[in-house]
Design a protein around this ligand. Structure first.
Ligand SMILES: [Zn+2]
Ligand SMILES: [Zn+2]
Length: 277
């Protein structure tokens, strides 16, 4: 594994966790992806999938962990208070993101862990928790990893991340809404990436309101738009992500095969999916 980038999906669902017999194949946990580059651990978002990841990490020797947040909607943070390493004094954890509020990133998490929402406060966590607020620069480094970010189209804002390590690149672009024009910021961020994880929450029929209420302005995209950006950016592999809570396994199977007809190297994300670059 040394020298490679290893990726594992722990939560692939959007909006709210959806356990049940209809979601066994792809999984019902919300957004969480583990990325390992050599000895460094990066976690993308702390949806409910991070709980199981935390339990797995506890079986290894304690180390430093970086959690990168795309934004702070519930489905991307609600697993954080249940991430076991935060209760262990041998861990140091850096939370990375852009608070988007007048306050700091630290204040944002202090609010999440606050009476009456949670029984413990941020100050009571045993781990050494640090904060890295991304600034106006469009990239930063963690060890030998270069992390670039771009601003996505989502209510309240959202960051897309590009992780580069030893010539390989992995792009995480969830919670973004397309427009008539290709998003230049996203195009640049995902240019020639080995893997693009993209917000494929809706079908075009759902988005336009031909099925149910129109979803324009809700901040999400479709698999067809994923294909467009994947082709325009010349990425090697497209991963459909942020599955809608109403889409069961059979529905996602059909989305995946529809997508593959237009872009062969595309796959619907599922819990336990692993990619090594
Ligand atoms: Zn979301
Ligand atoms: Zn969101």
């Amino acid at each position: 594994m040394f020298g490679k980038m290893y990726i594992r999906f722990w939560g692939v669902r959007g909006s709210i966790a959806t356990p049940g017999k209809g979601t066994v194949k792809y999984g019902g946990n919300t957004a969480c992806i583990e990325v390992r580059c050599g000895d460094e651990i990066l976690i993308l978002d702390a949806g409910t999938g991070i709980r199981e990841l935390g339990n797995t990490l506890l079986k290894e020797k304690p180390r430093h962990i970086n959690i990168l947040f795309s934004h702070f909607h519930y489905d991307h943070i609600e697993g954080f208070p249940f991430f076991s390493p935060i209760f262990n004094k041998d861990y140091s954890i850096t939370l990375i993101g852009k608070s988007k509020l007048d306050g700091t990133l630290e204040q944002l998490f202090a609010t999440q862990l606050m009476f009456p929402y949670f029984p413990l406060t941020l100050q009571e966590l045993a781990a050494d928790i640090g904060f890295h607020e991304v600034n106006k620069k469009s990239s930063f480094r963690v060890g030998n990893i270069t992390i670039k970010f771009g601003h996505l189209r989502h209510p309240g804002g959202c960051l897309g991340y590009r992780i580069e390590y030893r010539g390989k690149s992995f792009v995480y672009a969830t919670d973004t809404e397309h427009s008539d024009q290709i998003d230049v910021s996203l195009l640049n961020l995902s240019s020639r990436a080995d893997v693009l994880v993209y917000d494929c929450n809706y079908t075009d029929e759902e988005y336009a309101g031909r099925v149910g209420a129109p979803k324009v302005g809700w901040g999400h995209s479709t698999w067809l738009q994923g294909v467009k950006i994947a082709k325009a950016a010349k990425v090697k592999k497209l991963i459909l992500f942020h599955h809608d809570p109403s889409h069961d396994d059979g529905f996602i199977d059909r989305l995946e095969s529809q997508t593959q007809k237009r872009f062969r190297e595309s796959y619907a994300a599922f819990e336990g999916m692993e990619i090594t670059l």
